[in-house]
Design a protein around this ligand. Structure first.
Ligand SMILES: [Zn+2]
Length: 352
């Protein structure tokens, strides 16, 4: 839980969706923007992820340094570590298994350094997890996030620029994106899937803001900074904006809101275990439109074809949206034939 320390009266902004919508109300519950006045008249920002709270139960006590246990279920094979000089940069194209130009390699490295600015205790495992998660985003996406000032931090403190403005007064989850301060908080246990999920939230948050309007919070004067912290704006996935969805093979694009995609998905999934999921968080993609998007992004850019098949089978609109987005960003996409093949093995979607 994060608290805005502010003696003046702040109007909490509750802007997520229609109050009568059941799913949107669920979204309200997990959104970091939800503020409530505490007894001491201090509004608090709740952490982004409900799952984080679930996971919290399994978490070890809070630690000030990052000592991640790289999860066994991590998608990426742990690459051989032996022959790397500790002072040498980890080659990004190697971690991403893609070829980057020298210029892109350098830009990604400098974005990485920006993401961890001020953070101490980053060992090579943490570096690897962050860099591999960054592989799931294009240079354009990353540089937009960088321009917006995205940073990665650890639970237990806040970046110095937010000290006295925002403070942690309760524990969060394994990883969470706090949109008010555009910060992803990590705990000691992280993996690339979780971090990709949080970065997808960060992308969802800033993607529709024109590049020229993006500015790091630390570059604003304290009044404007505070205003932005308290009014961080919506995730695209929770707006009522219609998205262009090219149905694969269809001639005309469909326009649909994320909420509609999400509701269709909830109706189609025959059983909760069949919800697409990046790991052990069964059903988490069914909790809100933002989690639907972030989880979908992670699955789509991940390497579990079984999950991609669920995404395809029960959330075709999101699959198509992500496919278009990946094409636009010149990012890799899953092998569609293999995904369709796999989807045939799944129980049929319920009619909507
Ligand atoms: Zn989330």
């Amino acid at each position: 839980m994060f608290t805005i320390a502010n003696k003046s009266r702040i109007q909490p902004k509750l802007t997520i969706g229609q109050p009568n919508d059941r799913y949107e109300q669920e979204a309200d519950q997990v959104a970091d923007q939800v503020m409530k006045m505490s007894t001491s008249q201090i509004p608090s920002l709740q952490l982004k992820c409900a799952k984080c709270e679930e996971e919290e139960l399994q978490m070890k006590p809070l630690s000030k340094t990052i000592e991640p246990i790289i999860q066994k279920q991590e998608e990426e094979p742990i690459t051989r570590q032996g022959n790397r000089d500790a002072n040498q940069q980890m080659a990004l194209s190697q971690l991403c298994n893609r070829t980057f130009t020298t210029s892109e390699e350098a830009q990604r490295q400098s974005i990485y350094e920006g993401f961890i600015r001020g953070l101490t205790g980053v060992n090579s495992s943490v570096e690897r997890v962050i860099k591999i998660s960054m592989c799931r985003f294009s240079l354009r996406q990353l540089s937009k996030m960088s321009r917006a000032g995205l940073r990665i931090w650890t639970h237990g403190s806040v970046p110095s620029v937010f000290e006295g403005v925002v403070q942690i007064n309760s524990r969060g989850g394994s990883a969470s994106y706090v949109r008010g301060i555009r910060t992803i908080f990590l705990r000691e246990t992280i993996n690339t899937a979780w971090l990709t999920h949080e970065m997808a939230h960060a992308w969802d948050h800033i993607r529709i803001i024109p590049r020229r309007n993006l500015v790091r919070l630390e570059n604003l004067n304290s009044r404007r900074r505070r205003r932005l912290i308290l009014n961080p704006g919506n995730y695209l996935s929770e707006t009522s904006r219609r998205q262009n969805i090219d149905r694969i093979g269809a001639r005309r694009p469909t326009r649909m809101t994320f909420d509609r995609m999400f509701q269709n998905y909830r109706r189609r999934v025959p059983r909760r275990e069949l919800a697409f999921s990046q790991g052990s968080r069964t059903g988490y993609s069914m909790t809100s439109s933002q989690e639907f998007y972030a989880e979908g992004y992670t699955v789509f850019q991940g390497s579990f074809i079984g999950q991609q098949a669920k995404l395809y089978n029960y959330a075709i609109e999101l699959y198509n949206f992500l496919n278009n987005e990946a094409n636009r960003e010149q990012m890799p996409t899953p092998n569609l034939n293999a995904v369709i093949q796999e989807a045939r093995q799944l129980p049929r979607a319920r009619p909507i």
